[in-house]
Design a protein around this ligand. Structure first.
Ligand code: 76R
Length: 311
């Protein structure tokens, strides 16, 4: 009986070295098995990822002149309706939650951050918000669609190498089952990070970003071992801020205009500046990172919406 794929992967001992070492170990076997196939072709360049919550950020401008023109009874009626609906959406329920933020600057006034189980649920959340009378006073300024993603750079090479050692042809049914078994294990182990509540910190910093695909510097042409090394260094810098900042990385390739969304949550906004500044010197940011628009805001509990919009 062959052992089910994924069963042996928890022991990291056999491939505890670098990706390069793993490739060296695999080459002779691969040559014997599929001599016509160069190693770069046979081992996928894409890191394995596991995905969790579907995310929609909606940045809205508030129509102050129209709001101001209402009498106070009309305003409180609209607020009461909004508080009931948004109050229910704000309560975390099994991976579903909508949080409100009051944005600083001209890029928007309010940001709604929806965490849901699927795009279908996100679409419903978007409609629930649009149906509120309060929405007559909200004007979309921007939005961002993504899915929480954990990149498995550390273990992707081990997994690919282990399957290759077993003589399993890349992209075959057996290979796909092997990969799926490994991913399922990771999904279970990482469930709390894949389906988090919106962190309760006072401040949010959200921005989208790309990895550079330039003529001379192109992340997507770098070897797996180089990317793995750079991502490891990135993670080490990040970990120094572990107690001060919560980061949620969401993937948006195929969903939105940038490749990743970065959400940072902290009690002190200065931490955003320090962390992001320090990361600018890290190779993966210094050479390969391109950034979109930054949005910084304060958490706005729904119970305080009325005060925030009071005249
Ligand atoms: O998820 C993990 O904790 C594992 C290690 C890790 C990965 C895989 C990690 C750690 N990140 C990962 C992936 Mn990150 N991160 C950013 C930015 O401003 C910049 O220069 C970059 C924006 C910040 C501030 C940040 C913070 N990270 C990614 C990816 C996906 C890339 C890919 O897969 O190719 C991007 C785009 C990205 C960007 N990262 C951490 C942090 C912090 C604070 C950590 C440590 C978290 C912790 O250990 O608690």
């Amino acid at each position: 009986m062959p052992k089910p794929w994924g069963a042996g992967f928890s022991q990291r001992t056999r491939f505890s070295g670098s990706w390069g070492a793993a490739v060296n170990a695999v080459v002779p076997i691969m040559k014997r098995m599929i001599p016509e196939m160069p190693i770069e072709v046979s081992l996928p360049p894409v890191p394995l990822t596991v995905e969790g919550a579907s995310l929609l950020h909606q940045m809205m401008r508030f129509r102050w002149p129209a709001w101001r023109a209402l009498d106070s009874a009309a305003r409180s009626g609209i607020l009461r309706e909004a508080e009931v609906v948004l109050g229910a959406m704000e309560k975390p329920a099994d991976g579903r939650q909508t949080a409100l933020f009051s944005l600083l600057g001209h890029k928007g006034d309010l940001m709604f951050v929806h965490f849901r189980k699927s795009f279908e649920e996100l679409e419903r959340a978007q409609r629930e918000l649009a149906r509120l009378r309060l929405s007559d006073y909200l004007e979309p300024a921007s939005s961002y669609l993504s899915i929480i993603e954990l990149g498995l750079y550390e273990s992707s090479s081990d997994t690919y190498a282990e399957l290759a050692r077993g003589g399993i042809k890349p992209y075959s049914e057996e290979w796909k089952n092997g990969i799926e078994a490994v991913l399922e294990r990771h999904r279970k182990a990482m469930a709390p990070r894949l389906w988090p509540e919106v962190p309760g910190a006072k401040y949010i910093c959200f921005y989208p970003m790309d990895r550079r695909r330039g003529e001379s510097k192109n992340w997507y042409r770098e070897s797996m071992s180089d990317r793995q090394r750079m991502m490891k260094e990135h993670g080490l810098i990040g970990r120094r801020y572990a107690g001060e900042v919560r980061q949620i990385i969401s993937g948006s390739i195929g969903f939105d205009d940038w490749e990743w969304g970065v959400d940072l949550f902290a009690e002190d906004p200065l931490v955003f500046k320090k962390l992001i500044y320090e990361m600018r010197f890290d190779e993966v940011s210094a050479v390969y990172a391109l950034f979109g628009t930054f949005y910084v805001g304060l958490r706005l509990p729904v119970a305080q919406l009325g005060t925030c919009l009071s005249m």
